[in-house]
Design a protein around this ligand. Structure first.
Ligand code: BGC
Length: 733
């Protein structure tokens, strides 16, 4: 029953509401959905005061770290930008990242989220549909938790197999990574949540990342890391670009006029906003160099885009028009993503079970079968005893550390702290998520006796291996933001453990959970090897699905596994052990020849090449047709020549352009085929992949002449070869 006093309160609240919401829509013409995001942003920005504009271009972290309190009004995660209630501008709540919605340092007590498999796992699927679906999971959960900006879209190319954040990214190839990132971003933004793309550009290592100056030739940069960003931005239309911690050719990337103003905004016509990484702004004039928003401002020496920017605008040192432009860019992306028309509200329902199934399917498809001696896999369900060894397989699967770390609903099953100092110290723990491979193996082999040995003592593990028909031994490599792997070994002496186990039993399957390539000194003795990466919320089940054949593996390496780090141009990690706060150069002398391209150019043989991965069936290619003209169109048949249904990821490489040999992925597909089935695949190359970037004319150039292509199952395994002529042409940058 409504009492008189409640009625009064109700009336009072209605009165407040009436004040907040203007009586007529005409008072807020920017809410007219028929106008373009640019028109709406311009109308709204015009109404803003200087303070309101300044308020939008900077914001604090929203996690409790270094004694910092979560800002009032923030939901709590990575960052926060207060809204402008007077004009109906919603507050921006930002959360990391590509692998799920994070909850840094438990700022939202008990709030878990669906943990997707790592970025490398996703890239290994060679399946953009899965990237879209994973993005949609992240977007849906972000929205339901009240986040309207997701700091996703990590697309830095893997130039060094030791890079501590390779696991977040999408491998070493611009076409693969660019397309995967685009699909992931589209999936997120389809849920009406802005996605970023990051870290722009050449954040190629974590070691002393704030002082690393990435040095690269301009043409090579355009043809590699920048091309990955360009493709992902064109196809995915992310609302924001996050610049990086490092310097690029002498200027900090968040104050890099060339990168932000010339490449991104002028050449590519990017209309969204550039936000800084957290603690990557060093001066107010970065706004003149293309930065639009200072994020995580407590980590910078000053709130440069706060009072100092206001004063600079008042004094005319920063044109008011530039501040208006930055403000409009932010508003424009907010309109484009739907933040005004379909605002997020915390407390939405989340179907974690359904989302976990999306994660499981992608994780299983990302698993790469590297070796399979005499059909050891899939495991015969008749094996009487199976010894599972190491890797905390009794608890769950591993995940990578740092800002992208997702904790699943219900919390982690096991947390193994690694300790450590510095900014990332608090993030240095190995999280195992509760999707136990051991439990999943037991479920898949109900008739077998499945034992578990934690792998701490080699002799005990060897005894367990000897007593079993089949051994499944895990090798884990935790990687995390803020640090690189020291080398390519499995840490904590696991290589010695695995070597002893595979020597003790020929039916030993090694399951790797790594953040990137490792060296596998025990490979010859191992019966089978699968790379499971960080496999996410249902990782244990995904691993068992592949081991027992419920899923026919179809992952392909998105990154070369070298035989040794000496095969890379920087055998010593640049900046390792450099005195604190000293700048140093990371010279990317390989230019655009990253990973497999450099292996092809130098003739070196890797441990496993880019694009490689086995299946429980076999595929053959035939009927190649290559047509030229403006660009190359390549068609060919793929046939499943084996006994099982399976998926193949056929790859098309450019192997020669007029006057030079080369090696470059120009197309890929993912096809599922029944035994005996043939499918015709047709791919048309993005012409930029066929040409070179000419710095003088600032255009892509394709020379007239014959272009060679190869089609096959990996960068070094091209069954079909053909060629066609192209006309000379140039393309806009
Ligand atoms: C990372 C970003 C992340 C940000 C906010 C930084 O340390 O480099 O990728 O989005 O933190 O958490």
């Amino acid at each position: 029953m409504i009492t008189a006093s409640r009625l009064l309160t109700l009336n009072a609240s209605l009165a407040v509401l009436a004040l907040a919401v203007p009586a007529r829509a005409a008072d807020r013409p920017w809410m007219n959905v028929k106008l373009s995001p640019d028109e709406r942003a311009a109308l709204l920005e015009k109404e803003m005061t200087l303070d309101e504009r300044i308020g939008l271009v900077h914001g604090p972290m929203s996690m409790p770290i270094f004694g910092i309190r979560k800002p009032d009004g923030a939901i709590g995660s990575a960052g926060y930008i207060p809204g402008v209630p007077r004009l109906g501008v919603p507050a921006v709540n930002e959360s990391d990242a590509s692998l799920g919605v994070t909850n840094p340092l438990g700022v939202r007590p008990g709030d878990g989220a669906t943990a997707l498999a790592s970025g490398l796992s996703l890239a290994a699927t060679f399946n953009t549909k899965l990237a879209y679906e994973g993005g949609a999971v992240v977007g849906r959960e972000a929205r339901a938790k009240g986040f309207n900006v997701q700091l996703a879209g990590g697309v830095n190319l893997a130039r060094d197999p030791r890079n501590g954040r390779n696991f977040e990214y999408l491998g070493e190839d611009p076409w693969l990574a660019g397309n995967m990132a685009a699909a992931q971003i589209s999936g997120i933004q389809a849920q009406r949540v802005v996605s970023t793309i990051k870290h722009f550009s050449l954040n190629g290592q974590e070691t002393n990342r704030h002082f690393a100056n990435s040095v690269i030739d301009e043409a090579a940069h355009r043809e590699s890391d920048l091309l990955a960003f360009q493709i992902a931005i064109e196809k995915g239309q992310p609302g924001a670009v996050m610049c990086a911690y490092n310097l690029v050719n002498g200027d900090y990337s968040c104050g890099n006029n060339h990168l932000l103003n010339a490449v991104l905004k002028r050449d590519w016509g990017y209309k969204g906003w550039v936000m800084s990484d957290w603690g990557a702004v060093h001066a107010t004039d970065y706004i003149l160099r293309g930065l639009d928003q200072q994020s995580g401002e407590q980590l910078d020496a000053k709130v440069w885009f706060g009072e100092p920017l206001k004063t600079a605008v008042e004094k005319g040192e920063v044109p008011a028009a530039r501040l208006s432009d930055a403000t409009r860019r932010i508003l424009r992306s907010m309109f484009a993503a739907g933040l005004f028309d379909k605002p997020v509200t915390p407390g939405g329902a989340i179907d974690y079970d359904a989302n976990a199934e999306v994660a499981r399917a992608a994780a299983a498809e990302g698993i790469v079968l590297l070796k399979n001696r005499s059909g050891l896999l899939p495991l015969a369900k008749t094996a009487k005893t199976i010894a599972v060894i190491g890797g905390h397989a009794d608890a769950g699967v591993l995940s990578g550390g740092g800002s992208s770390q997702v904790v699943p609903p219900g919390g982690a099953k096991r947390v193994v702290p690694l300790g450590g100092e510095g900014m990332m110290g608090a993030f240095r723990s190995q999280y195992f998520n509760g999707s136990s491979p051991l439990a999943a193996i037991r479920k898949a082999a109900p008739g077998a006796k499945v034992t578990f040995d934690d792998g701490r003592y080699v002799a005990s593990a060897v005894a367990a291996a000897k007593a079993a028909d089949v051994v499944i031994v895990f090798g884990n490599q935790w990687m995390g933001e803020g640090e690189d792997a020291y080398d390519l070994s499995l840490p904590n002496g696991q290589d010695a453990l695995i070597a002893a186990v595979v020597a003790a039993n020929p039916n030993a399957v090694v399951v790797l959970q790594t953040g990137g390539p490792v060296s596998m000194p025990w490979l010859t003795d191992a019966g089978a090897v699968v790379e499971a990466w960080y496999a996410g919320v249902k990782g244990g089940e995904a691993i068992a699905d592949v081991l027992f054949g419920a899923i026919n593996p179809s992952g392909r390496l998105p990154i070369t596994f070298p035989a040794s780090i000496d095969q890379y141009p920087r055998a010593q990690l640049p900046g390792l052990g450099a005195p604190e706060k000293t700048r140093f150069d990371v010279v990317y002398s390989e230019g655009a020849d990253i990973g497999y391209r450099r292996f092809a150019a130098s003739g070196q043989k890797p441990l496993f090449p880019f694009g490689y991965g086995l299946s429980y069936t076999s595929f053959a290619y035939g009927n190649l047709k290559v047509t030229g003209g403006e660009t190359l169109t390549v068609s060919f048949d793929v046939t499943n020549t084996g006994q099982r249904t399976g998926k193949d990821a056929p790859q098309v490489y450019l192997t020669g352009a007029p006057g030079k040999a080369t090696q470059r992925l120009i197309g890929f597909d993912k096809v599922e085929l029944q035994p005996g089935e043939t499918r015709k695949v047709t791919l048309t190359a993005d012409a930029r992949l066929l040409g070179r970037f000419d710095v003088k004319t600032n255009r892509w150039v394709l020379d007239k002449g014959a272009y060679q292509v190869g089609v096959g199952a990996a960068a070094d395994n091209l069954a079909l070869k053909g060629s066609a002529d192209l006309r000379a042409r140039t393309l806009k940058p």
